[in-house]
Design a protein around this ligand. Structure first.
Ligand code: ZN
Length: 176
């Protein structure tokens, strides 16, 4: 973990992320998944991968939702530290201020997507990664049933970690 934190500190300094980022936001580092299993193609036609236990839980939840007439799809699952750094770089190159970027995107090393256990979910007809997902029957279903499968909403409105409200982002907790 120490070498991981060192790697993150170097990367954050290069990107211009404030050194007190994690402390101020109350965030713990998320380690990259050591092994991943393929999930198939996402709603945007990209190959996605997940932690094996999370993938199994996802399939159970997807099938239960399907039985209730809800066609859950994933948009983004595992993301590496380097991929997350690329997201930040792209936004910086568009001229976005770092404070705005960090309200939407976790700093590299602090995204739950590194673990392979965070799933960004959507349904056909809903724009992916938009607040309006909360108005779908799929979101209502998730709020009622997701915990049965070990999935929890990470960033509700007014979350103390300072992220925007993310009704689409669900984390599988191995302990559930
Ligand atoms: Zn997410």
């Amino acid at each position: 973990m120490d070498s991981y934190l060192q790697r993150l500190a170097t990367l954050h300094a290069e990107l211009g992320i404030p050194p007190d980022y994690a402390a101020t936001r109350g965030l713990s580092p998320c380690e990259e998944a050591a092994t991943l299993v393929p999930l198939g193609i996402d709603a945007l036609e990209r190959d996605q991968f997940a932690d094996a236990a999370a993938a199994a839980a996802w399939l159970r939840m997807r099938d239960a939702a399907m039985a209730d007439g809800i066609g859950l799809e994933f948009v983004s699952v595992f993301r590496s530290v380097d991929y997350q750094a690329g997201i930040i770089r792209r936004k910086l190159s568009k001229g976005l201020p770092m404070s705005d970027i960090l309200a939407v995107s976790a700093a590299p090393g602090y995204s739950e997507h590194h673990t392979g256990r965070a799933f960004d979910l959507t349904v056909a007809g809903a724009p992916p990664l938009e607040t309006v997902f909360e108005e779908t029957a799929a979101f209502t279903w998730l709020t009622q049933r997701a915990t049965e499968f070990g999935f929890y909403l990470s960033y509700p409105r007014g979350n103390p970690q300072g992220f925007i409200y993310e009704p689409w982002h669900w984390l599988y907790r191995a302990s559930a």
